[in-house]
Ligand binder design. Structure first.
Ligand code: UD1
Ligand code: UDP
Length: 383
């Protein structure tokens, strides 16, 4: 290892930025000698200013040391561009550790490249499973967790899923949820009033985000979904900050501004969460938004047949719906308000995941990464 260990973070898509910010901060705050050096590699999977730059500004992330500019494409083409781009830049820097986040194609490519280059890796948000391999993310999760050297889990069931897949339990650590760390940090500046005013929304409104391929890629599925959303909008006005993936198909299916619906560009992180904080209801198919509504206590209906985040149902406000059940479920969620099954947040969703992850990485860099007693202590207490 070099004098100052080098940790690189590979980020590519909107949710990656939100999860990485607390880890970058946590590592920077460590009082270590020698100090850990860090850098961000931006793959460029997301590239619109509202899908990328605004997150660096809102989350205070440092400038990337490289942007690979891979852009969009089919899974094979995008992943191929990610593999070749990442092999060059990881090979050039030879970091001591690469940290990857979530389940996007950039995460998959980074883990493959590092495994072949012999560079060690940590996966933040390991062990989530929807058990639905038609989701590209599920395929990515399985491969990433099989190859990562350190696995950071956001919920207890993730530890057992990893064990069932034969992952050495000494690699896995329950650390809480860095996406929730970012939300805790943002909380004091989340004010619904200005964005609500700008969009001309009344006090009682709903927010919807839709981008899953299963909902937005197929014309029939998109039409069924849009009809259901329109029905809800007759009860409560809905604003939809629309992900670029759904833009064309959903507009063709009738998701256009008018009659209780307001369709806008994606929002920056702070504006979006301000809007969510003040909402009476969220309709979504996002992974991260299920977690954020759980923490904010905002009723959430998720238009998906399954979720890799069941803790948002058992400990949060989340409910799974189909387009057919969406209108009735939305009405019930509006009536129920922020009631949750336990009244408690998931364990360790306390804004301290970033520092916990940083401490495990520091211990690992020192070489005591696989001492079972130490690892066990981290897993059981979250310290
Ligand atoms: C990706 C992730 C998904 C995650 C989502 C977060 C994979 C396989 N999927 O899905 O898990 O939930 O990011 O938002 O990695 N586009 C733009 N501008 C951009 C980015 C994308 O216009 O800045 C459009 C392009 O038409 C592109 C499409 O969105 O083809 C899809 O982008 P891509 O990154 O391939 O997948 P997402 O649907 O964003
Ligand atoms: N988000 C945002 N602006 C938006 C929609 C979402 O800042 O217009 C944030 C949201 O608060 C969460 C993250 O983007 O932190 C979730 O990303 P996304 O839904 O694209 O991905 P997923 O979590 O489904 O992988």
């Amino acid at each position: 290892m070099r004098d100052n260990p080098l940790v690189l973070h590979v980020l590519g898509a909107r949710p990656n930025f939100v999860k990485a910010a607390p880890v970058v901060r946590g590592l920077a705050a460590l009082d270590l000698k020698p100090k850990v050096q860090q850098g961000i590699i931006h793959t460029g999977q997301h590239y619109d200013a509202l899908m990328s730059d605004v997150f660096f500004a809102d989350l205070g992330l440092p400038e990337p040391i490289a942007n690979l500019g891979v852009g969009s494409g089919t899974h094979a083409r995008q992943t191929a561009a990610l593999l070749t781009g990442l092999e060059d830049v990881v090979g050039e820097h030879r970091p001591d550790l690469v940290v990857v986040y979530g389940d996007v194609n950039s995460t998959l490519a980074a883990i493959l490249v590092c495994a072949k280059l012999g560079v060690r890796t940590a996966h933040v948000e390991a062990g989530l499973r929807s058990f639905d391999r038609t989701m590209p993310e599920e395929v990515n999760r399985i491969v990433v967790d099989a190859l990562a050297d350190i696995l950071f889990c956001t919920s207890p069931e993730a530890l057992s899923y990893l064990a069932n897949e034969g992952v050495d339990p000494r690699k896995a650590h329950l650390v809480g949820n860095p996406m929730i760390d970012s939300l805790f940090a943002a909380l004091p500046s989340l004010d619904p009033q200005p964005v609500r005013g700008r969009l001309g929304l009344p006090e009682r409104y709903a927010v919807a985000t839709l981008h899953r391929p299963g909902n937005v890629d197929d014309a029939d599925a998109a039409r069924e979904l849009v009809d259901a959303v329109r029905e809800v909008s007759r009860t409560v006005p809905i604003v939809v900050p629309l992900h670029p993936r759904g833009r064309t198909r959903l507009a063709e299916a009738g998701l256009v501004t008018g009659d209780g619906l307001t369709i806008i560009d994606p929002l920056g992180y702070l504006e979006f969460l301000s809007l969510v904080r003040g909402a009476a209801l969220v309709v979504t198919d996002s992974g991260g938004v299920q977690e954020e509504t759980t923490m904010l206590g905002v009723p959430c209906v998720t238009v998906r047949p399954n979720t890799e985040r069941p803790i948002t149902i058992t400990h949060g406000t989340n409910r799974l719906v189909t387009p057919a059940t969406l209108p009735a479920a939305a009405a019930k969620a509006l009536a129920d308000g922020s009631a949750t099954p336990t009244g408690e947040l998931p364990p360790l969703w306390d804004g301290q995941a970033g520092p916990r992850i940083a401490r495990v990485i520091a211990a690992w860099l020192r070489g005591d990464n696989l001492a079972p007693a130490a690892a066990q202590a981290v897993r059981m207490t979250g310290d």
